[in-house]
Unconditional design. Structure first.
Length: 121
């Protein structure tokens, strides 16, 4: 069984308009799990396959800083991936811990499923 981009989009639309909280689809070479969460958490799309394309990710969420550093805001990644502090190995990092940043400023790059996703403030 193959699942193309159009079919995945149709499936997400159908599930989005329903009361289904969890959906699992298994094919010969993939497994797709969709779960709906209540509250502040974004909906998770977990795909372990080459057949299913990645979906757009929500922006990073912010929470209060760890104890002792009330002037900092902790940023959580909107997805699982490989973290890159700089655009290339020989270039300086986007930001350092403690830097003041502007809205829209790139904080890092997260690589997920061979896609480079810039995470912005």
């Amino acid at each position: 069984m193959q699942l193309n981009h159009s079919q995945l989009k149709d499936l997400l639309t159908l599930l989005g308009g329903s009361d289904i909280q969890e959906f699992i689809l298994e094919g010969k070479d993939f497994r797709l799990e969709l779960r709906r969460y209540q509250g502040n958490q974004p909906a998770a799309v977990v795909a372990a396959a080459t057949a299913a394309p990645p979906t757009a990710s929500p922006p990073a969420t912010r929470t209060s800083a760890p104890p002792g550093r009330s002037d900092l805001i902790e940023v959580h990644a909107p997805m699982v991936g490989t973290f890159y502090r700089a655009p290339a190995p020989e270039e300086p990092p986007f930001v350092e811990v403690g830097d003041k940043v502007q809205v829209g400023q790139t904080l890092c790059i997260l690589e997920a499923m061979k896609l480079m996703n810039e995470i912005e403030a």
